[in-house]
Design a protein around this ligand. Structure first.
Ligand code: COA
Length: 257
């Protein structure tokens, strides 16, 4: 698929996926969501890629939300279908991805933009970033998992405050409430993400795949997270990574994953 609204750059074991509609502050239209899905599917199968990073083009925005122009004419049925498809193809897809996904939040992350960052496994914020959930100011509510993932990340009370007021908070506040894993000056965002990715890729990818599945299982109301963890724990014993990791320890050398 020819990408019009995304760029992808693979550097060492990291794939940088940049949402590239800077004139519209990288707002998510249906084209971007389709392209994101295709890119994520391709990168999931790319063995040399160990971590995927999402960022926005330019200095102003990560993603300023769903494309409001596209939303403006939707019927209730079409609105529900849009949310369902977007969740399946992008937001839930990222949450259940088989390798870690990091959001590099380089500016505004609003509405669907913050939902995209929240679907990722980790979030690194530039200290200039501003985030919020302004949907009710448009007569809407979040449709890409925001009512669920925000309370999971920051607690119900703080989530209610952000959702009901629609007010933006700065990066420092996002860090204080657990929405950002770490913050840094904008010029250091790339290296901060690379350092985080390096700390991840030194460990076993097959174990991390099981780990991501086990953590996700605990947030799925249909699944017993503890049972899923036992199963994932067992699955690790059959992997090359387990042999590599344990033998390296026993022979007092570093594992090579
Ligand atoms: N959907 C569609 N277009 C958007 C957009 C969105 N979510 N967010 C920004 N844009 C567009 C603007 O319409 C504008 O396009 P134009 O130049 O063709 O008029 C362009 O991006 C720049 O935005 P602008 O509003 O002029 O920039 P600003 O610096 O004055 O304000 C924001 C920045 C982020 C505060 C403001 O753009 C905004 O509030 N965006 C909507 C955020 C939102 O409600 N998101 C949730 C959607 S569910």
């Amino acid at each position: 698929m020819k990408l019009k609204t995304l760029t992808i750059k693979i550097q060492k074991k990291l794939a940088w996926v940049t949402i590239n509609r800077p004139k519209k502050l990288n707002a998510l239209n249906s084209q971007t969501l389709t392209e994101l899905h295709h890119a994520l599917v391709a990168l999931e199968e790319e063995n040399k890629v160990r971590v995927v990073v999402l960022k926005g083009a330019g200095d102003t925005a990560f993603v300023a939300g769903a494309d409001i122009r596209e939303l403006a004419d939707l019927t209730p049925t079409a609105g529900a279908a849009l949310a369902q498809q977007g969740n399946q193809k992008v937001f839930d897809f990222i949450e259940h991805y088989n390798k870690p996904v990091i959001a590099a939040v380089n500016g505004y992350a609003l509405g669907g933009g913050l939902e995209l960052a929240m679907a990722c496994h980790l979030r690194v914020f530039a200290n200039t970033a501003k985030v919020g959930m302004p949907e009710t100011s448009l007569g809407l509510i979040p449709g890409y998992g925001g009512t669920q993932r925000l309370p999971q990340l920051v607690g119900r009370g703080r989530a209610m405050e952000l959702l009901l007021t629609g007010d933006m908070i700065d990066a420092q506040r996002a860090y204080e409430i657990g929405l950002a894993n770490m913050i840094c000056p904008p010029a250091a965002l790339k290296s901060k993400v690379e350092d985080l990715a390096a700390a991840i890729v030194k460990n076993a990818p097959q174990a991390q795949q099981q780990l991501l599945a086990a953590v996700c299982a605990g947030f799925d109301p249909q699944t017993d997270g503890y049972a899923a963890e036992s199963e994932s724990f067992g699955a690790c014993f059959g992997t090359d990574n387990f042999v590599q990791g344990t033998q390296a320890f026993l022979h007092k050398r570093k594992p090579k994953f």
